[in-house]
Design a binder for this molecule. Structure first.
Ligand SMILES: Cc1cc2nc3c(=O)[nH]c(=O)nc-3n(C[C@H](O)[C@H](O)[C@H](O)COP(=O)(O)O)c2cc1C
Length: 339
């Protein structure tokens, strides 16, 4: 059975949007399947690509699934932006763990009336949103915006847990520094990270290319260590930045009640929904997941700083003076026609 041209266009637009989701070390650990569904419908499936999992930093594939959750939210959003309400099944086949979700697009199932402008607003940010690495501009994030961001994460089954106590912010910054130093001491971790941070000048469509991180680390107070992508080499974007110490911004943790694969996908969906909303408000996020890659530190953060919620992503939010670059693989290379 073939797919109608309109449905072809919807599926293509959805995959073109989904590839812009954030992923740990820009590993883009996903691929997509497309097929016809019923008379005139279509089906898009999202699969993890475990060859791209960070075996040392992320042996359980938790960050891989958080990344894929972000891609899943983006797929859904793009289908809605084309006026259809997709029927989504998450982890639909237990004996196919790589199949993370499928979306059935039925031409008769139109998007709910009234959601259009909200969907459009988020959809416009898909290719604009960028991860930040450094200090933020002086600006207080309005409480109403923070409340809206918390609601966005909550709607996807995750929580955006705001850390405003200065002592707790310092503790999280210290844990990030400890994790960063432990990872710098670990040759296996370093070798894995280096595979995803190519030397400048090479054409790459994945990983941490030179223009995606600053050449010089900008310090904030408290300071959240940036990953050492260049591993001591003089690589990275050269940019004007305010004098140190700069503004840390709002510190927050995406948490979930449980900690299984469905929770990781929910965390990714909630994170992406929240990040796109933040981007529409002129805000960027800097992600610092190093302490969550060390089981002892992750457990400590869960018990002492997340009121028992499972921490999935640690981040800072604020207004960035400039945007870093990034790259993506082409949607065609990631799409397989399924029968
Ligand atoms: C689960 C997850 C963990 C991440 N951890 C970090 C991190 O510790 N440090 C960092 O600088 N960026 C982190 N990122 C951001 C990615 O590096 C970023 O999404 C990727 O390079 C693509 O760039 P973009 O977000 O600007 O599109 C993380 C992203 C995800 C989804």
């Amino acid at each position: 059975m073939t797919v109608g041209t309109d449905m072809e266009g919807v599926m293509r637009a959805a995959i073109e949007a989904a590839v812009w989701a954030p992923s740990v070390n820009n590993t883009q650990p996903w691929w997509f399947g497309t097929s016809a569904y019923g008379q005139d419908g279509a089906r898009v499936s999202l699969h993890s690509d475990s060859e791209r999992r960070l075996d040392i930093a992320d042996p359980d594939g938790r960050e891989m699934l958080v990344s894929c959750g972000a891609a899943l939210f983006t797929l859904r959003l793009a289908v809605q932006a084309r006026g259809y309400e997709p029927r989504v099944r998450v982890l639909p086949e237990p004996d196919r763990p790589g199949l993370l979700a499928d979306l059935v697009i039925d031409p008769a199932a139109e998007a709910e009336p009234g959601v259009g402008p909200e969907i459009e607003r988020l959809y416009r940010q898909v290719k604009v949103r960028r991860s930040h690495r450094g200090a933020f501009e002086q600006r207080v994030v309005p409480t109403a915006v923070l409340t809206a961001l918390r609601e966005e994460a909550h709607r996807e089954g995750a929580e955006l847990f705001l850390v405003s106590d200065p002592r707790e912010r310092r503790a999280l910054a210290a844990f990030t520094e400890v994790a960063e130093q432990l990872q710098r001491l670990d040759p296996e971790y370093q070798a894995e990270a280096a595979r995803w941070a190519p030397p400048p000048g090479r054409h790459r469509s994945e990983g941490m290319v030179e223009r995606s991180y600053p050449a010089e680390e900008a310090f904030t107070s408290p300071h959240f260590a940036t990953r050492d992508f260049a591993q001591g080499r003089p690589w990275g974007a050269r940019e004007d930045r305010p004098p140190d110490p700069g503004i840390t911004g709002v510190v927050a943790i995406i948490t979930t009640r449980g900690d299984d694969r469905a929770d990781w996908l929910a965390a990714g969906q909630g994170m992406q929904r929240m990040l796109l909303h933040a981007s529409a408000e002129g805000l960027s996020a800097a992600l610092h997941t190093q302490p969550l890659e060390i089981p002892e530190l992750r457990a400590l953060i869960r018990v002492r700083l997340c009121r028992g919620g499972h921490p999935q992503v640690l981040l800072r939010l604020g207004e960035a003076a400039s945007a870093l670059g990034t790259v993506r693989r082409k949607p065609d290379e990631l799409t397989d026609e399924e029968v």
